[in-house]
Design a protein around this ligand. Sequence first.
Ligand code: SF4
Length: 236
Amino acid sequence: MPLLFQYDRSGEISAMNGEFLRKCLNDILDATGLTDADGCPLDFDPHDFRRIFITDAIRSGLPPHIAQVIAGHSDINTTMGYNAIYPAEAIEAHRAFIARRRALRPSEEYRTPTSEEWDAFLGHFERRKLSVGICARAFGTSCIHEHACIRCSMLRPDPAQRARLTEIRDNLLARLTEAEREGWLGEIEGLEISLAGAQEKLALLDAEQARTRRTVDLGMPSFANLAGRTSTADQP
Ligand code: SF4
């Protein structure tokens, strides 16, 4: 199950409910003996992890609007409500972040682009579209392999074009066999380089597909440490 907190209920994987988690957290807090400033026992809630994460991230310089996206909030005020530090600190952290970013780039880049520059920028993305994927070369750079894309490390293959890539690979294999049979030695090296490129692109697609399919096993939590304080009968 894609859940962080789950347990094995007689062989069936089940989600732990919020009430149970709350109880576990507070049992652990009781065991530590920690208290708040007034000497009262600490009271914890699973939701506090979100607050702690967002507070810590913003205090460490993460811009609030990025924290908002990570937390999945549609309104930045919700994020800032989670953030348990003063807004002034968040603003200072954000300003420091912008200052660091600007220090890394020449000041002349901070101006409104001309229409020609903007068109050139948009055109760059259009011109990168290839039959078997996308050319990943940077804006303002020219083609490094005279458009021999299949051999080029800049080609990011498109999974939807796998059949086309397979066809290219098979065609290269056939041409290689023909060149070897006919003794066209001048062709063989070039064909072998192209074939290696096609095979590499197919392997890239396979690796990407395997990565997408992979699930992460978080393991099952053990209740051994909670024995005596929280029984499994408390679970949902
Ligand atoms: S050869 Fe490389 S750099 Fe040139 S267009 Fe193809 S992928 Fe881009």
